[in-house]
Design a protein around this ligand. Structure first.
Ligand code: HEM
Length: 154
């Protein structure tokens, strides 16, 4: 029962919970804030979200990846299994999206919100893009969770 494999599976799943749960919160809260508060609040949240992404979501993604690789090695699974290859693809796409496009949009939003005369139309457009790409990111990760649980093969 207390095998190395299960220990890393626990780490893997716990890190996924932190990762995906954090992303969902970072998608829902800014959308509500944008409707209910002003540009300054959006900018403040944008800065905190960037910090959270770097210090919590990023490391959780790395732990998911490392624990996943350890399980493949310890459990003598193949890296070319469809569901495992899909997990790798999901991690690469999601980390690229989060570390690239999403963090760039977030810092643009924070800058705009901090300016003396914020361009509200541009802020709304950026927020809409952020919402869309955040939702895509969450859907990609949920599809990987599906693949991990159902383990489809070709
Ligand atoms: C490099 C990428 C990945 C590898 C190599 C990998 C590998 C694995 C392995 C070997 C298991 C254990 C399966 C079992 O014993 O039944 C597992 C379980 C799981 N993985 Fe991944 N994984 C990866 C990425 C991901 C990602 C990105 C997510 C979600 C965002 C994820 C979510 C899960 C979940 C929820 C389980 C539990 C499923 C179950 O035990 O039935 N994995 N993964």
């Amino acid at each position: 029962m207390y095998t190395t494999y299960n220990l890393f599976k626990f780490l893997h799943v716990a890190a996924v919970i932190v990762w995906v749960g954090g992303l969902i919160a970072l998608t829902v809260i800014p959308a509500r804030l944008a409707r209910q508060e002003g540009a300054a609040a959006t900018a403040a949240l944008g800065r905190q979200a960037a910090f959270y992404g770097r210090s919590v979501v990023g490391p959780a993604a790395v732990i998911t990846l490392v624990a996943g690789i350890v399980m493949v090695v310890v459990g003598r699974l193949g890296f070319n299994e469809l569901w495992i290859a899909y997990g790798f693809l999901g991690i690469v796409v999601s980390m690229g999206l989060g570390g690239g496009l999403l963090s760039r949009l977030g810092s643009q939003l924070a800058e705009l919100g901090e300016s003396d005369d914020p361009d509200t139309a541009r802020i709304a457009a950026l927020q809409a893009r952020l919402r869309t790409f955040n939702a895509i990111n969450v859907l990609i990760l949920l599809s990987v969770v599906w693949a991990m649980v159902f383990k489809p093969t070709l």
